[in-house]
Design a protein around this ligand. Structure first.
Ligand SMILES: Nc1ncnc2c1ncn2[C@@H]1O[C@H](COP(=O)(O)OP(=O)(O)OP(=O)(O)O)[C@@H](O)[C@H]1O
Ligand SMILES: [Mg+2]
Length: 227
């Protein structure tokens, strides 16, 4: 059984009178340990696909099996539980809490998972060292560069040891060199920890660093190639 499989998945948004079909009967199989880039023009459905795959939202129709579990019709609470256990997210905007240090930002999802504060802070420190921010642990987000903030966000996405990490334009707010450092970190998590990584990007040079590129046009997958 594949790690992740969607069949005939559609997503339709209803806003005003005209429905928008953001995904049109998508089929996709992803194995554990893959490193995938989803590309396509603005409005092609990349974020929508990521929201469905990431259990942030249900598909309108079709089936989604994640790690042997049918999540197609899961309730909001069930989806939240699956996300907490299995999935990490990194976004273009870093969404760090301004009043918490880097270390406490990283530790927070671990507290929600029921771990003691001392242990969560210890694990956060280890992860910040992994992303080369040991010296910046006690800094607040406003005292960090964009690339450093994104490294904190990556450490945070990994604190609950997810098997799957999604990045929606994770390098979009960064210059090319800093973006490549972020991709290096994803590659490290992928190769050393076997984490499945799926990033949305419209930068060809970033997509080229993945193992497989899936291209969307107007809600359809029009190409799916190994790099
Ligand atoms: N919450 C929503 N309500 C209504 N329509 C939406 C919503 N989210 C997305 N859409 C529409 O669905 C389509 C796909 O949007 P989506 O955000 O998935 O595109 P994208 O490929 O991520 O684009 P971008 O590169 O600009 O981020 C677009 O036509 C968009 O306007
Ligand atoms: Mg998007």
């Amino acid at each position: 059984m594949p790690f992740l499989e969607i069949k005939n998945v559609t997503k339709t948004y209803h806003m005003g009178a005209t429905p928008v079909q953001a995904l049109k009967r998508i089929d996709l199989v992803i194995e554990a340990g893959e490193f995938i880039a989803i590309t396509g023009f603005s409005g092609s459905g990349k974020s929508t696909l990521m929201h469905v795959l990431g259990c942030l939202d249900n598909p309108t129709s079709g089936h989604y099996m994640l790690d042997g579990v049918d999540v197609s019709r899961a309730s909001r609470d069930e989806l939240a539980h699956i996300r907490n256990q299995k999935i990490g997210f990194v976004f273009q905007k870093f969404y760090l809490l301004p009043d918490l240090t880097a270390r406490d930002n990283v530790a927070l999802p671990r507290l929600y998972a029921g771990v003691s504060e001392a242990q969560a802070r210890r694990e956060a420190a280890e992860l910040l060292a992994m992303v080369n921010l040991a010296e910046r642990m006690d800094h607040y987000p406003s005292q960090l560069s964009g690339g450093q903030q994104q490294r904190v966000a990556i450490a945070r996405s990994f604190i609950n040891k997810p098997r799957l990490i999604f990045g929606d334009e994770p390098t979009g707010a960064l210059d090319v060199a800093t973006g490549n450092i972020i991709i290096d970190l994803f590659k490290k998590l992928n190769s050393e920890q076997g984490v499945t990584i799926i990033i949305v990007t419209h930068e060809p040079s970033i997509a080229a660093r993945s193992q497989r590129i899936i291209e969307l046009v107007d809600g359809n997958i029009i190409s799916d190639k190994k790099t």
